[in-house]
Design a protein around this ligand. Structure first.
Ligand code: BES
Ligand code: ZN
Length: 372
């Protein structure tokens, strides 16, 4: 009798977990009516919002994952934040090879790349100009090397993400660095001017230039490396969630992820630092990042206070169990106050290419030390 009761209870709890509260057909129907499924906090069922309500949340500074496109797949692979089995990350040991490459990372190249990217009226994820910006990046990273492939990663909206893969000499887990290529004018997302020079033009060109420097140095990694430029970060981490969820479902092993999102500004008169983001990061990789900064940069790191629920694309990888970090331009309060508007340009007082250069260098060092 007792056995039967516990069996029934076990069966009931299995059913409760196996049936998602939000079904695929509900998602298809509601999203076809323009609703979006937003995850506002961990461990809480996401909620349906209109596009207008979603924009209001963004204007109010409330962070969320827009889970509309990944919810169904995520139910098959529930959150995996157990990093106990994660690899440890040995301290940097390739100074002799890395330091000369860092000397070739060029602010002039980054400046000219950023001029091209900010020339698009905006890089909004639903805009034609947003899609053109993806194509611009793809053209820019053409290398002619047969062990390197670059492609557009299509989504259900206009702007594709851009994915660049450097094959490893051997197979092994992938090292990924990412930035978001989209920009937004929160007052007028569709047509408003959104140069997104700092957010996230800087991270975008840091990765383009870091890749160029590695290729110029003839870098051939032992394990695979990828550079990602995500679409739709500003709309709730859309591109990075789509890609992370797809990698997880395909069983792609990822060693580590680092996001570069805003690297060009620090408040005039304050001390220059790498502000290490505190949420959705893995401590073992954070320790490694601290030693990379100490080894390869002229500026120190500082811990930032938590920025909120899910502030950038690293959260999409963390959520699927990939060790992730996010070094940011300045601690909260000393960071760029002009983002998400027409004023996010390189001419603001406080914008510094010398500062941004340090982040491009750490991007190169991260890739080299983890994958060489
Ligand atoms: N670059 C910002 C993120 C950011 C802001 C990081 C401040 C650290 C400190 C990013 O593009 C952004 O605006 N993110 C949104 C959240 C996203 C999930 C819509 C934000 O923070 O409001
Ligand atoms: Zn950003």
């Amino acid at each position: 009798m007792r056995l039967t009761l516990s069996l029934v209870l076990a069966a009931l709890s299995l059913v409760a977990h196996a049936v998602p509260i939000i079904t695929p057909s509900e998602i298809a129907l509601k999203s076809s009516r323009g609703l979006r499924l937003l995850s506002l906090a961990d461990g809480v069922e996401p909620v349906w919002k209109t596009e207008d309500e979603k924009l209001q949340l963004m204007r109010a500074g409330i962070n969320f994952f827009d889970a509309t496109e990944v919810y169904a797949l995520e139910q098959k692979f529930p959150p995996k934040n157990d990093f106990a089995a994660a690899a440890t990350f040995p301290a940097p040991s390739r100074q002799a090879q890395v330091t000369p490459i860092l000397a070739t990372v060029s602010t002039a190249n980054m400046q000219s790349d950023l001029n091209a990217l900010t020339a698009f009226n905006n890089r909004y994820y639903k805009a034609t100009t947003g899609a053109q910006a993806s194509q611009w990046i793809l053209d820019k990273i053409a290398s002619g090397r047969t062990d390197i492939t670059a492609s557009l990663y299509s989504h259900s909206w206009a702007q594709p993400s851009v994915v660049l893969k450097i094959a490893g000499k051997s197979s092994g887990p992938v090292t990924i660095v990412g930035a978001h290529l989209d920009s937004i004018n929160l007052s007028n997302p569709t047509n408003g001017r959104a140069p997104g020079a700092d957010d996230d033009g800087t991270g975008t060109v840091n990765l383009i230039e870091g890749f160029r420097a590695l290729v110029a140095a003839g870098f051939k990694p032992s394990t695979p490396v990828e550079f990602h430029w995500y679409s739709g970060e500003e709309a709730g981490l859309l591109g990075s969630q789509a890609i992370a969820t797809a990698y997880r479902s395909a069983g792609v092993q990822v060693k580590a992820f680092m996001e570069l999102d805003m690297s060009g500004y620090f408040k005039p008169g304050t001390k220059e630092v790498f502000a290490l983001q505190a949420d959705y990061i893995e401590e073992g990789l954070q320790t490694f990042l601290k030693s990379l900064i100490t080894t390869y940069s002229r500026i120190p790191w500082a811990l930032d206070k938590p920025c909120g629920y899910a502030c950038s694309d690293h959260a999409s990888w963390y959520k699927i169990g990939v060790p992730s970090v996010f070094p940011y331009e300045a601690v909260t309060g000393n960071d760029n106050p002009n983002i998400h508007s027409a004023s996010d340009t390189t001419s603001v007082n406080g914008f510094s290419w010398a500062h941004s250069l340090e982040f491009a260098k750490i991007g190169v060092a991260f890739v080299y030390e983890l994958a060489a």
